[in-house]
Design a protein around this ligand. Structure first.
Ligand code: GDP
Length: 354
């Protein structure tokens, strides 16, 4: 399908054709062929104006906390409210485990068969950067296809949480009711990422859930991440992180959860933070891809490849300073600089530039 008709099918095609077009577009975006990539770039540029109205919600939590149960119940609730919901996942470990742990359709049975939902498991390519990039682009495709709510799921371990927080408008951390007993387990960094902390499985032990809610709220305050009640009226324009309780299994608290999301969204829209966050994200995605691209170009450069083994050995054995080797390799990569330094060297014996 040429990219023009692919675009039309994504943006306005009937449901079945649209689904196929989304899958095709994502395959195109994931292709390593240069001609595919060029088509994908044209497609992305055309789709961008259609992505502004969406809301991107990141959802994280340790395995077993209830993410897929929550996403299923939330997704169906949102569809009931007239939304279209896309579910994407970032799970760099899925290539190791040989399958998609997250976004697995069998875990969200009702949602996956609903025509207003689109569920895509985590791309199973090695690095986190690669997985995050593919998910970001898939997100844009879904948004162009009028999925106005995008849920991006990730596991509560390591850098994948940062990656998801950096591609979404709001980041939600799911916790178990016993989390409050072991606050050490909740790292400060993750707390800083979380715009909303949700204690799930409140039905199991409501006293424990209430205790956890109080403890996490107190620790947010201690970390300066939760506004002090006395100061709240001074900065109504600022979001104060919240902690709420739900039971994904019974659906209890889902309405309250969505009300908190809307409160956040409305505030961030009125104070301009929503668009600022997206602008920052877009620029940092660009620089991230430039970093990756430059490194690839560098490593593929014939002069670098030729000199790298000897210079690496020299650094390893302590015969050459790491910074000297790096400079020589960078110079090797840039013929202009090489010529410049050769000209300088020629001038050295007895000649003065002045
Ligand atoms: P995930 O690994 O984070 O996606 O967690 P799952 O959604 O697969 O849930 C793990 C287990 O917890 C499943 O057996 C769910 O039925 C159960 N579960 C999820 N949410 C709740 C809840 O609110 N209450 C109770 N009692 N069980 C829940």
């Amino acid at each position: 399908m040429p990219s023009a008709s692919l675009f039309d099918s994504i943006v306005g095609g009937p449901p079945l054709i649209q689904r196929r077009a989304i899958a095709k577009a994502i395959t195109l975006l994931e292709s390593t062929r240069a001609d595919h990539r060029a088509q994908a770039d044209v497609l992305l540029t055309r789709m961008l104006p259609h992505t502004a109205k969406s809301f991107r919600l990141g959802i994280s939590g340790v395995p077993g906390v209830g993410k897929s149960t929550f996403i299923e119940v939330l997704g169906l609730y949102l569809i009931d409210q007239g939304h279209r919901v896309a579910v994407l996942a970032v799970d760099p470990s899925s290539s190791i485990s040989g399958g998609s742990i997250l976004g697995d359709k069998t875990r969200m049975e009702k949602l996956s068969t609903n025509e207003n939902a689109y569920i895509r498991p985590s791309p199973s390519s090695g690095t986190l950067g690669g997985v995050a990039e593919k998910t970001r682009e898939a997100m844009l495709v879904c948004e162009a296809a009028a999925y106005d709510i995008v849920l991006v799921e990730t596991v509560g371990v390591g850098q994948s949480e940062t990656a998801v927080a950096n591609m979404t408008d709001m980041f939600v951390l799911l916790q178990l009711p016993n989390a409050g007993d072991d606050l050490q387990a909740i790292k400060r960094g993750v707390m800083e990422l979380a715009d909303l902390v949700v204690i799930n499985k409140a039905d199991i032990d409501s006293a424990a859930a209430t205790r956890a809610q109080a403890q996490i709220t107190a620790s947010l305050r201690l970390l300066g991440l939760h506004g002090h009640p006395d100061r709240a009226h001074h900065d109504r324009q600022q979001w104060h992180r919240k902690v709420i309780q739900i039971s994904a299994l019974s659906g209890q608290g889902i309405e309250g959860f969505w009300a908190a999301v809307l409160e956040f969204k409305n505030l961030q829209m009125s104070n301009g933070q929503l668009s600022t966050r997206r602008q920052h994200q877009a620029l940092s995605w660009m620089w991230e891809r430039i970093d990756v691209g430059l490194k690839q170009m560098f490593q593929n450069n014939p002069a670098v490849r030729e000199r790298l083994p000897a210079l690496s050995a020299a650094v390893q054995s302590g015969r050459m300073a790491a910074s000297t080797a790096a400079r020589q390799l960078l110079n090797a990569c840039d013929p202009g600089r090489d010529l410049g330094s050769m000209a300088e060297m020629k001038m050295v014996p007895g000649s003065s530039p002045a």
